[in-house]
Structure formats: C-alpha cells, structure tokens
Design a protein around this ligand. Structure first.
Ligand code: ZN
Ligand code: ZN
Length: 276
C-alpha cells in the first residue's frame, strides 16, 4: 500500500503545494482522501485520475478540502465511456453537499447532455455518510472511520485504511481526541494536518488566531502518534507552510514528543505504507 501526497498545502494558496488531498493506493484501488485545490492535476502527475478512483473519502466539508470536488465529479462523468458512478464517503452533511454541487453544475450538465448523444443523464454520485465505524470491508481492503473534533465544523471524521498488510490513518483537521486516538492505535502511518502555533501567535491577526482553536499543533500530532504507537507520523497541511530551510526544525519539534519516523513531505511524494 502506498500513500501519495497529492496536496500538502492548506487554505493559503501556495505555488508549490496543492490544497489538501491524499491518494492511497491499496490492493490496487485508488482511494482519494479529500479533494483540495489542484488535486486532479496532482492525480494526473501521480498516474491516477477521476476515472481511476474507487472511492472519495471526505474528512469534513471545509472548502479547502473540497475545492476540486466538483471537478472530480465532472471529470469522471465526461471522461467515462460509459460514465461510472462515483462513490463518495463523508460525514453527515455529505449527501446535501453532493446534491448542492450537482445543482451548481446544473447548467454544465445540461449543455453536455444536449451536445453529446451518448450522455443520457448527469453524473451518478453514490453517497455513504459515516459517523464512525466500519465504512467498507472486502477480502483486500478495510476502511473504518472515527469522529474527530474540529468544532464549530461538525461533524468531522478521520479514516483508517487497512490493506496489503499495512495500515494508514488520514486524520483531516482535528484537535487531539479519543476517536482519533482509537483509530491510530498501532497504525503504520498517521497523516495529520497541523498548524504552527508559535508562528500564528507571532503574527497575531485575530482571524488567523482562530485556527488554533480547532487544529492540532505539531506537538499535538506528535503526542497523538506517541500515544497510539504509530510507526510514521506525516505532518501535512502546515499553516503557515514552512520555507524549506525550516522544515528540519519543525520535524525536530515533533521529535521532542515522538521517537518514530517523522516526515514533512512535498507534493507528489510517495510513502510506502507496506511492502505489498
Ligand atoms: Zn477544516
Ligand atoms: Zn483544512
């Protein structure tokens, strides 16, 4: 199983980091976790794409994690011969989000159905809402979720994917919480979105200060990793994004709390979760 960092950025536009999303390649399936800014460009670079996705897993409905979601729907629809349904998993509210997104795409869907004789209907999106527990299980892949804590954004979930003899947890935005701790126990890889509390306090703009309320700091993520005994901590969605020269220092800050492997990847880095 491989984890491909299709977007390591945050809400702040960055020339080098796409918005938050990750591709997990598990037992040959392509699972997209969140669909931030530029994710289809990064999927193309990773040898994947909307048509290759087995499922889209949404951690929460904040815009930075959804910027390209409508493009995933459209690209899968118009790029499929015939179009295949898109399976989407997300917290309660995802059904409504999908309905609203399809409504927003209404004019475009109408144009394409009118123009292409082989397109008889709009995109088919199948939604599964989850509040925690088993999401999917077959002989090769098991997906579970757990509630996380990102209020006032509520509800939110994290996902764990077990496949190929390995396990990866994709946490999304959350402060440390019991649901996340339970999901992470013994995971090989744990991906956590983080904010840099010292840098944000230094700038001290009130609206930026607000982000400290509902995200993990680097220390929080490292402490969650240590409690759960994970193998590798992946720091993602760092706000503000570090200059390359500062990355080592941030990894060092996590290492004060966690003695496993710590990564702060760039876009399109591929992390082996397990050898199979
Ligand atoms: Zn968020
Ligand atoms: Zn976010």
């Amino acid at each position: 199983m491989d984890l491909v960092m299709t977007g390591t950025g945050s809400p702040i536009p960055d020339p080098n980091r796409a918005g938050p999303s990750q591709l997990v390649v598990a037992a040959g399936r392509h699972l997209l976790v969140d669909a931030g800014r530029g994710c289809l460009m990064r999927l193309a670079a990773a040898g994947s794409g909307a048509g290759a996705l087995d499922r889209v897993l949404l951690t929460h409905l904040h815009s930075d994690h959804l910027t390209d979601f409508n493009d995933v729907i459209t690209s899968r629809w118009i790029g499929g011969f015939p179009p295949a349904p898109l399976d989407v998993v997300g917290p309660v509210g995802t059904e409504r989000l999908v309905g609203d997104t399809l409504a927003m795409l209404g004019p475009d869907i109408g144009y394409r159905i009118a123009h292409h004789e082989d397109l008889e209907s709009g995109p088919e999106v199948r939604v599964q809402e989850t509040s925690g527990g088993l999401v999917h299980e077959d002989d090769e892949v098991r997906i579970t979720s757990a509630p996380t804590e990102h209020r006032p954004v509520h509800p939110t979930v994290a996902y764990r994917i077990d496949a190929d003899g390995g396990s990866v947890v994709l946490a999304g935005d959350t402060v440390p919480c019991a649901g996340l701790d339970e999901l992470c126990v013994g995971a090989d890889v744990y991906v956590q979105t983080v904010v840099r509390d010292d840098a944000i306090r230094h700038v001290a703009i009130p609206r930026l200060m607000d982000v400290l309320d509902y995200h993990s700091t680097i220390a929080d993520a490292a402490q969650t990793a240590a409690r759960a005994g994970v193998g590798t901590l992946v720091l993602n969605h760092v706000v503000p994004a570090p200059a390359p020269a500062h990355e080592e220092e941030l990894v060092g800050r996590a290492a004060e709390h966690f003695d496993g492997r710590i990564l702060l990847p760039a876009d399109l880095e591929r992390i082996a979760v397990s050898v199979a």
